[in-house]
Design a protein around this ligand. Structure first.
Ligand SMILES: Cc1cc2nc3c(=O)[nH]c(=O)nc-3n(C[C@H](O)[C@H](O)[C@H](O)COP(=O)(O)OP(=O)(O)OC[C@H]3O[C@@H](n4cnc5c(N)ncnc54)[C@H](O)[C@@H]3O)c2cc1C
Length: 459
């Protein structure tokens, strides 16, 4: 039994890993277009700094990566963010304001006006809705009011998804919120209290601590690739997937082709769409229509003396209405140990995203100038960074816009015609790395069931 997995990001590697565990007798080959594994997970060491080009970590409140680490025997390598990373800030009306972490802090905080606080407290009277889905913005407006949406929710959505709260589907991005609303008969507060009564989690949901590895997040895909050994082939770009009788053939252009019983497309949806064009145009079009945002990640390394302050926290977000270039800034060296050499600090800014895509395409000098100007304005940092690094993504993060659930249902129906052809990855049911690993495991389990059912019984 032969299986080809296309893409050696965290999704493809963990799918291959779980297939190996579930179907030890199967031949699993991972083909990766680039010369490295990890995809959007990439950790770079430059002059003593450890810089994440993409993914920064995962929350330890979900079990998926923790379980994978246990299976791989690397749980002792996990590194939790410093306690101070619980301190998060928002830049509003010309000032950095600390986000409250309790009701008491919320009452005394200055993140929103008194009017907005009163409006937020009226949440408990939110009537139930019969809408099957809605945008995050419409949900937040109904529950918390306009000011909370603009100042707190929309920037958080930009920070997590580089997305637009006015377009993203609530059910696809925050299914827990939809569930709480249902549980509370309309009100999230009532839903949280009921859930607490049932003993399933605290009032603010799963929470969790940001977690990574001393060598950065790339440690995980590298470890998976090490375990998978010679079955991971880099510099092998899949050009198409064809069907020959019951078999699939993955064409690798000048590098030949591989015939197999099943194919897992763990590459981004737009790449998967191109691969299946010859199999089903309708499927190719559905996959190609999942939008990805443009994003630039700009890392600055500073001598601490240039900062004029002690970095103590996770970083800050900037609401769109503030008219700045950056979506937010992560204080990496405050969050995790050893991200910068002694006496230095590492900051990382995000630029672009769904509400300001063109900014991600600013040429290098303009991008660096804009980031420096924002840091000066927001944090008062005048000095020059001793290290500058820019990572650009033409297609960074899949956007689960309104209609995503229906699109997934159509994709599932189209896939029924191709038993053994599977899709997994961040384009479908969760963009975070924990969700990628969960989907990979589910994909491997489903494929195993299918292949075992279809395999001829032993004589
Ligand atoms: C800037 C940024 C910051 C992020 N921060 C976080 C974070 O802090 N926490 C978090 O949980 N998530 C974060 N994410 C999201 C998370 O990193 C991604 O969703 C996840 O890594 C995607 O993994 P994947 O394997 O599905 O896809 P990818 O990482 O995109 O991997 C797909 C792979 O497929 C390969 N490929 C494509 N086409 C072909 C082909 N034709 N043939 C062969 N190979 C092909 C690609 O080269 C790539 O290696 C972040 C994302 C970005 C962009």
């Amino acid at each position: 039994m032969d299986i080809v997995v296309v893409g050696a990001g965290i999704s493809g590697l963990s799918t291959a890993y779980y297939l190996r565990r579930l179907l030890p007798e199967a031949g699993v080959t991972v083909v990766e277009a680039s010369d490295r594994v990890g995809g959007k997970i990439r950790s770079e060491r430059v002059n003593g700094y450890l810089i994440e080009a993409g993914c920064n970590g995962f929350l330890d409140s979900k079990p998926h990566i923790l379980e994978l680490c246990e299976h791989l025997g690397v749980s002792q390598e996990l590194m939790r963010a410093n306690e101070s990373s619980a301190r998060r800030f928002i830049y509003a009306d010309g000032k950095l304001r600390e986000l409250p972490t309790s009701l008491r802090e919320f009452i005394y905080s200055d993140v929103v006006s008194w009017r907005a606080k009163l409006r937020m407290m009226l949440e408990v009277f939110t009537p139930p809705t019969d809408a099957e889905d809605e945008t995050i913005a419409s949900f937040a407006q109904r529950h918390l009011g306009e000011e909370a949406l603009r100042r707190l929710i929309a920037p958080m959505v930009s920070g997590v998804f580089a997305g637009d709260a006015y377009k993203l589907s609530l059910r696809s991005t925050f299914p827990v919120m939809a569930e709480l609303e249902r549980l509370g008969g309309g009100s999230l507060i009532r839903g949280m209290l009921r859930r607490r009564k049932r003993g399933s989690g605290g009032p603010f949901g799963p929470g969790g601590v940001l977690t990574s590895f001393p060598e950065g997040m790339e440690y995980l895909p590298r470890k998976l690739a090490e375990v998978l050994g010679s079955s991971v082939l880099t510099r092998r770009k899949a050009e198409s997937v064809e069907r020959r009788g019951r078999e699939y053939v993955v064409d690798l252009g000048s590098r030949g082709s591989i015939a197999c019983d099943a194919v897992v497309l763990a590459c981004p949806a737009y790449a998967a769409g191109k691969l299946v064009w010859g199999l089903s145009r309708a499927l190719a079009e559905e996959l190609g229509s999942i939008h990805y945002t443009k994003l630039a990640v700009v890392a600055f390394g500073y001598d601490k003396s240039e900062l004029g302050q002690e970095l103590d926290g996770f970083g800050f977000l900037v609401p769109h209405e503030e008219g700045r270039t950056i979506l937010g800034c992560l204080w990496d060296s405050s969050m995790f140990e050893h991200r910068a050499p002694e006496g230095k600090a590492l900051l990382r800014m995000m630029v672009g995203g769904a509400r300001a895509e063109s900014l991600a395409e600013l040429e290098d000098t303009k991008l660096v100038e804009a980031c420096r100007s924002d840091l000066k304005h927001i944090m008062g940092i005048e000095g020059e960074p001793e290290l500058v690094r820019i990572y650009r993504y033409r297609k960074a993060i899949a956007q689960y816009n309104l209609g995503h659930q229906e699109r997934l249902r159509r994709i599932d129906r189209l896939l029924e015609r191709f038993p053994g052809l599977m899709l997994t990855g961040s384009a479908y049911r969760g963009v975070g790395v924990n969700d990628c690993v969960r989907q990979a495991r589910e994909c491997a389990t489903e494929l195993t069931r299918l292949l075992v059912r279809e395999a001829p019984s032993p004589p």
